[in-house]
Design a protein around this ligand. Structure first.
Ligand code: HSE
Length: 436
């Protein structure tokens, strides 16, 4: 059988990795896929650089439309990124009956509904294993490996840049801004790190996982997105004293009333495996009814780890391209007519426990006023830590861990506590997940 022909849109880090992995492992990949997989065209604005990577192995063009227009190309791999031209090219490739593989989480988290519907209509596949947690096969796990299960929740460290920064802040006790600069110097953080440090990249990935886990449409616009820019080294230290680590978690959790979809700094018990994922590594924990808890760990970025996911999608498509579209694995795990309309819950309805840090006057009755306010809002305290006041200081930090409550109730209690004259600074609130 002839090799399946692939066109790459963009040959930067991941494109280069894909080219090299396919070439290096071509015999094994052919054995697995049932036919060869060949990159026959590459489009990149920097033609000279692209040629330096691929040599004479394939045709290099500056205009991506030359790939879309080529009837010989079976699969288009979109590695351009962003929502602009990438969206146009993906939709055009689908219209031309080509299968698509993409690592573009932003595109799918925001425009996935339109893209998957177009692919369904044309009977083509859109592979996106590389869009979530790089080389970790979490899409495959959620969509196929765990298909017997009712998934209860998914929680992941799905942004390596922020995990690197948090690991360094904890290890060195250094402030966010200083560690960010160091991360940029070492190449762990982009020159413009906004998407990573503001939690947007993680929210794109959490959105895709929520869709597959619960059979809901992709709804990035309803995700709660909070990054790590406001996180203070002091809170990382206090959390550690209480037996917790702070991680930027992407959480998708099924509740009776709907789905929680959120990204925010989170306290996790230090003895959980995921709490010990350090540096730029990624990990995802899935809680499901039949299998229980499973954990997926690996590199979430980088040339060959991400290429590993891209090539896995190429092999899947090669195996299944001729199969009846009705019997292929659905893009979002559930068939379009079996999708759920469960709503994404507002943050007021989200249920977690909390870490609170209050800067308070060190005087009689303060603790009692604060605990009374929590009790009045039916919020139960799990632990309290009060630092001894420094010599000559008449104020101190009061740290409170609560049991589970809904966020709306917590916010009302916090608003009331904030008005107390003995509370001297804005109260710090960080969500806590036991992940039990
Ligand atoms: N910038 C991402 C990260 C990798 O730091 O994990 C690509 O999503």
């Amino acid at each position: 059988m002839n090799a399946i022909k692939v066109g790459l849109l963009g040959i930067g880090t991941v494109g280069g990795g894909t080219f090299h992995v396919l070439r290096r492992n071509q015999e094994e990949i052919k054995g697995r896929a049932g036919r060869g997989i060949e990159i026959t065209m590459v489009a990149d604005l920097d033609v000279a650089r692209a040629k330096a990577i691929v040599g004479d192995a394939c045709e290099v063009v500056a205009d991506a439309r030359a790939i879309i227009d080529n009837p010989e190309i079976d699969i288009v791999v979109e590695l351009i990124g962003g929502y602009g031209i990438a969206k146009e090219l993906v939709l055009e490739a689908i219209r031309r009956g080509k299968h698509v593989v993409t690592a573009n989480k932003a595109l799918l988290a925001v425009h996935g509904t339109e893209i998957f519907a177009a692919a369904h209509t044309k009977g083509v596949m859109v592979g996106f294993e590389a869009a979530v947690a790089g080389g970790i096969p979490i899409i495959k796990a959620l969509r196929e490996g765990l298909t017997a299960n009712r998934i209860e929740w998914v929680a992941g460290i799905i942004n390596g840049t922020t995990n690197f920064i948090l690991s360094e802040m904890r290890a060195k006790g250094a402030p966010f801004a200083e560690v960010l600069k160091e991360a940029q110097r070492l190449g762990y953080a982009e020159a413009d790190p906004t998407f990573d440090i503001e939690g947007i990249d993680a929210a794109h990935k959490a959105t895709l996982m929520s869709a597959i886990a619960f059979g809901i449409p992709v709804q990035f616009d309803k995700a709660h997105v909070e990054g790590i820019t406001q996180l203070q080294a002091t809170d990382i230290k206090y959390a550690e004293q209480l037996g917790y680590r702070i991680k930027l978690l992407g959480v998708a959790r099924r509740r009776e009333q709907g789905i929680e979809l959120r990204v925010h700094p989170t306290l996790i018990p230090a003895n959980r495996l995921i709490a010990n994922v350090e540096g730029a590594m990624n990990a995802v924990v899935v809680q499901a009814d039949a299998v229980g808890t499973t954990l997926y760990y690996g590199k979430g970025a980088g040339a060959e780890p991400t290429a590993s996911a891209v090539v896995a999608d190429l092999v899947d498509i090669t195996r299944l391209a001729t199969a009846d579209p009705e019997h292929r694995v659905p893009h979002l795990a559930f068939r379009p007519d079996a999708m759920s309309s469960a709503p994404i819950l507002s943050m007021d309805q989200v249920r977690t426990s909390f870490y609170l840090r209050l800067r308070v006057a060190d005087e009689a009755g303060v603790l009692s006023r604060i605990t009374t306010t929590l009790a009045e809002h039916d919020i139960s305290i799990d632990a309290v830590l009060q630092r001894e006041s420094a010599e000559g200081e008449r104020q101190t930090d009061l740290i409170i861990l609560t049991h589970d409550t809904v966020e709306g109730r917590m916010n009302k209690a916090l608003a009331q506590m904030q008005t107390l004259s003995s509370v001297l600074a804005p109260i710090v609130k960080i969500r806590k997940e036991e992940l039990a």
